[in-house]
Design a protein around this ligand. Structure first.
Ligand SMILES: NC(=O)c1ccc[n+]([C@@H]2O[C@H](COP(=O)([O-])OP(=O)(O)OC[C@H]3O[C@@H](n4cnc5c(N)ncnc54)[C@H](OP(=O)(O)O)[C@@H]3O)[C@@H](O)[C@H]2O)c1
Length: 305
């Protein structure tokens, strides 16, 4: 399959492209961060909306996985209008252009569309209620995509892995600090379902292979707190888990409000894919194996200097 991946320098886009380029023809869309990647790159600023048709007509992909976004939750609060164009208008435009060209469209959204007030696990039938600019614009993006292209698939994700900068992910936050012997805070009242980005990449390709459409929760099978997540990383990497202080998210002084219950059901996804979504502990072990094999350094070598 020929797959166009937007946000190819990002945490998801880069891991997905590196993992899939020997099985599929990957073309990454990058503004100015990548060089010498083992997959092809098209340099483009996606906010140049008038250039989008040309991007698709020249690359002629079978599928587009749209990972590009402003995913920095607190930064989104600073500029709601620009965030709305990137997170909502752009995906709607791409979805329309893809349906016109018979290109499968897989849009990446977030678990954070829910406000976290439900007692229990969220299914795809539950009503979203975003708490901040990031979550609201991501939900608006979902709506714009499905309005423009009813055959599109939407994956509400949450994932961890190694990034180009070495500091993008929550997992790297814990590793960088714990490795340096520094104390960190971990929220013990925020539940989420983290998935290893490599497992997420496999799952997204599985969704394309099955031509899924509609909204799916694509997260890990186990719900844990962010504090427990940090502890699991410390244990896997042999760091001192005692350096992690359990605190409440309400004491962290964050700009954007966070949902405290992001337990999402993956029943719809595993039924559609006809396989069991990999467990958190196997994903964490694969993440650690990458560390042992020098994957973080290798990833950094794709940085444009
Ligand atoms: N990280 C998580 O745990 C998480 C959780 C839930 C949902 N998500 C969703 O997953 C998706 C991927 O997130 P991520 O963590 O991989 O994000 P990320 O690391 O912040 O990467 C965002 C990507 O978007 C690109 N981008 C931004 N503006 C662009 C523009 N105008 N033109 C071209 N590219 C542009 C960035 O390029 P530059 O590098 O040039 O800025 C970067 O490659 C997003 O849709 C996000 O909402 C992520």
């Amino acid at each position: 399959m020929k797959i166009l991946v937007t946000g190819a320098s990002g945490l998801l886009g880069l891991n997905l492209s590196l993992q899939m380029h020997d099985k599929h023809e990957i073309i990454g869309v990058d503004r100015a961060k990548l060089a010498n990647t083992p997959f092809n790159i098209i340099k483009a600023d996606l906010l140049n909306l008038d250039a989008l048709p040309k991007l698709l007509d020249e690359s002629k992909p079978d599928a587009l996985i749209h990972c590009a976004a402003n995913a920095l939750v607190d930064a989104c609060e600073l500029d709601p209008n620009a965030t709305a164009i990137l997170n909502a208008e752009l995906p709607g435009r791409l979805a329309k252009l893809c349906t016109e060209r018979d290109i499968q469209f897989l849009h990446i959204s977030t678990d954070a569309v829910f406000d976290g007030t439900k007692e229990g696990i969220y299914t795809e039938d539950d009503e979203p209620n975003p708490l901040g600019v990031y979550a609201q614009t991501k939900l608006d993006g979902e709506i714009a995509v499905l309005d423009a292209n009813p055959n599109a698939a939407i994956a509400r994700v949450n994932f961890f892995g190694w990034s180009l900068s070495g500091s993008r992910s929550l997992s790297e936050f814990f590793i960088n600090n714990l490795k340096a012997g520094k104390e960190v805070n971990g929220f013990d009242d925020v539940y989420f379902c983290p998935m290893f980005v490599g497992d997420l990449a496999d799952t997204l390709i599985g969704m394309l292979s099955k031509s899924l459409s509609g909204t799916y929760h694509v997260v890990g099978s186990r719900a844990i707190t962010k504090y427990e997540f940090g502890g699991a990383i410390a244990n896997q990497f042999g760091f001192d888990a005692g350096l992690i202080n359990p605190i409440s998210v309400s004491d962290a002084g964050l700009k954007a409000k966070r949902s405290q219950n992001l337990r999402l059901s993956i029943n719809k996804l595993s039924t559609a894919l006809e396989y069991k979504i990999p467990d958190f502990s196997t994903g964490l072990a694969k993440f650690y194996t990458q560390y042992q094999q020098g994957y973080p350094q290798k990833m950094r070598s794709y940085q444009q200097l």
